[in-house]
Each structure stands twice: as C-alpha cells, then as structure tokens.
Design a protein. Structure first.
Length: 234
C-alpha cells in the first residue's frame, strides 16, 4: 500500500514538471544549436564579449577561462571568474555571445551588489545542507510509526530551502539576461537584427530555471501531501 501510494503521488505531482523540464531542455538545445551556426557581424568571440560586457558594467579584473563540456558556462563569485564552455569561449556566433554576455551579467550583479544575487549567494550553504538532509529525514520518518512524523516535517522544512533557492535564482537569471541584451545592444557587440537570436537563446535558458522552480514547488507539495495523507490514514 505504501509503495503504491508513494508512486501514485509521484506520478500525480511530478509528471507535469518532468514534461516541462524536457520541453525546456529541448528548446534551449535547439535554440543554441540554431544560433551557434549564425556568426555575428562584428566577429567578437564569446570570451571577448564577456570581457566587454563585464567591464562596461563596472566588473573589472574578471578572469575568463575555457572549460570542458557543453553549456557548462558559469560565473564564480568566489574568485570572480567566468568559465565558458569551449563552444562559447572561442566562437563568434550569436548564441555564444549571448551566453557569454549572460555570465558577464552575473559578474556585473556581483560587482554592483545586486540584492537578489546577494540573497542567493547567502542561501547556497544552507541550501546545500538542507538538500543533503531533507530526503533522508523524510524517508526515515515515513518508515517509522506516526509518532515520528516530526522527522518528516523537519525534512520538508529543510527541503523548503531548496525551493526558496530556486525561486530566488529565477529573477537573478532573468536580470542577468536583461543586462546582457542591453549591454550587447548599447555597445553594438551585436546589431539590432542580431539581438533577436541572442534573446531567443537566453529566453530558452530562462525556461530551464523556470522548470527547476516549478519542479521544486511541485515536489514540496507532493511531500506535504504524503505527510498529511499518512496522518489522516492513522
């Protein structure tokens, strides 16, 4: 009964999130693939564009380096570095420039003290702690008699930190993309008719963060549903 119930709740709550996540991943890969074949007219590489956007926004001394993998691009506030995947770092495509500028947008957020970004950074250690302990606590609590339900609810509270982190991440990512597009246009790294392609790529990327937030929200609703149903059954 318990395992069937658990599987049913997963299907009920998580199937929409799985479908949405798959659609978002397909969209981002297709968009990046399409515009990675379109060279920019000015011919700057992703690394050069990231450097120009960062410096233009007041983020100086940012190290920009290539990393292995595809779409593994990120900004690390700890050492103020931008890591760009090899198909972004040295490419002069519209897609590469858009992605690189987005990461530079994060560097500018960090340099200017953008508050949602500071909140997200502060949440990282507690989110990591909560994500490691939440599911073990919930599983142990579900295996024990109902008088140990406090373990389940403690796990749900810890998992709520993950949900909070995802919700804070979403506006941070959207803001980084807006900064990127504005900077690329104002500096004419991309011309007006090229900005559409960069916007398409970054909009697709934003969908993946929206999918992550949606998944986290549905998962915590599922966990609350399981805990409350277990209590009502007893």
């Amino acid at each position: 009964m318990g395992f069937y119930y658990f599987d049913f709740s997963y299907f009920l709550f998580m199937l929409p999130a799985i479908i949405f996540t798959m659609i978002a991943q397909i969209f981002v890969r297709r968009s990046f693939s399409k515009y990675s074949r379109v060279p920019s007219m000015r011919g700057l590489t992703g690394a050069q564009a990231a450097d120009a956007v960062a410096r233009g926004g007041g983020a100086y001394g940012i190290a920009i380096r290539p990393v292995a993998g595809s779409l593994t691009d990120c900004f690390d506030p700890r050492d103020r570095s931008i890591s760009l995947s090899r198909d972004v770092y040295s490419s002069s495509s519209i897609a590469a420039i858009g992605v690189a500028a987005h990461e530079a947008g994060h560097a500018v957020q960090n340099a200017t003290g953008y508050m949602p970004n500071k909140i997200r950074t502060a949440l990282v250690p507690v989110t990591n702690f909560g994500s490691r302990l939440s599911m073990p606590l919930i599983i142990i609590g579900l295996l024990l008699p109902t008088r140990f339900d406090f373990l389940v609810y403690a796990g749900i509270i810890m998992y709520s930190l993950v949900v909070l982190f995802e919700l804070v991440t979403l506006p941070v990512e959207i803001n980084a993309s807006r900064r990127a597009i504005r900077a690329l246009g104002e500096s004419q790294i991309l011309y007006e008719d090229e900005l559409h392609g960069a916007k398409t790529v970054l909009t697709a990327a934003a969908m993946t963060y929206l999918a992550a937030s949606f998944t986290a929200l549905l998962n915590i609703l599922r966990l609350v549903f399981i805990a409350n149903s277990r209590r009502s059954d007893n």
